[in-house]
Design a protein around this ligand. Structure first.
Ligand code: HEC
Length: 205
């Protein structure tokens, strides 16, 4: 991950203040630790960092439950888990973070996860960035006193068991998908593609 700005600022602050103290004999380790702690408490994380923390902690929750169920009970049971729990789990993380957290896509499985116009535009931007091998950084917009944060959700090999083509999805899983999601369009992905985005809204400070 990119070194966050506030971390760089903190390091330079500590380096800078240690120059000032050159004439002092020695600074004890505990004094130094206290100095760092005081400095870091004054530096606020950026909005990008706040959004990334929310996205990654929600992803970790979903991922942990998905992987656990896949390993213990197989893909078909994991599919039922996603069907029943994906949105409530995301919503509970939103409550924890006091934000609005959505996982949206241009090719949805659950029609409730359909991207709006702004989100579609940002999905396209992330697709282009990924295709051009550019570094992926969050998109941030401010409206009134709200921050809108967008960050891509990219596929890996595991996703293809439920979002791949007919060769990568088991027959019984495909049958369940047809029953649970008759309008499913979240298929035929390959690895390292933009499957959707995190769309997160929170209050500006
Ligand atoms: C066990 C099957 C399964 C696996 C594996 C899986 N998904 Fe899904 N995915 C689903 C189901 C089912 C839904 C619909 C959830 C709902 O109804 O809320 C979904 C929905 C989504 C959505 C929300 C948008 C939409 O289409 O509704 C995203 C984004 C997503 N998956 C990304 C991924 C990614 C990325 C991976 C791999 C890291 C992955 N999924 C692995 C079954 C799976």
């Amino acid at each position: 991950m990119k070194t966050p700005f506030y971390f760089i600022a903190l390091i330079s602050l500590v380096l800078f203040s240690s120059c000032k103290n050159e004439t002092k004999e020695t600074i004890s380790a505990s004094e130094k630790a206290a100095e760092i702690e005081e400095a870091s408490s004054k530096i606020e994380p950026s909005y990008a960092q706040i959004g990334l923390d929310m996205a990654f902690s929600t992803k970790a929750q979903l991922g942990k439950n998905l992987m656990g169920t896949m390993k213990k009970k197989g893909t078909k049971e994991a599919l039922k888990f996603c069907n029943v729990r994906a949105i409530p789990l995301t919503d509970s993380m939103a409550t924890v973070h006091r934000a609005r957290i959505k996982r949206v896509s241009d090719k949805t499985r659950n029609p409730n996860n359909k991207a709006n116009e702004t989100e579609l535009k940002n999905i396209e931007a992330f697709k282009n960035a990924l295709a051009n091998g550019e570094q992926i950084t969050p998109i941030l917009e401010t409206k009134n006193d709200s921050i809108f944060f967008y960050y891509p959700i990219v596929t890996n090999g595991m996703c293809l068991k439920c979002h791949g083509n007919k060769d990568s999805i088991d027959k019984d899983v495909l049958a369940s998908l047809n029953t649970l999601y008759p309008t499913d369009t979240a298929l035929d992905y390959s690895e390292n593609q933009v499957r959707g985005i995190w769309s997160i809204q929170f209050k500006a400070k």
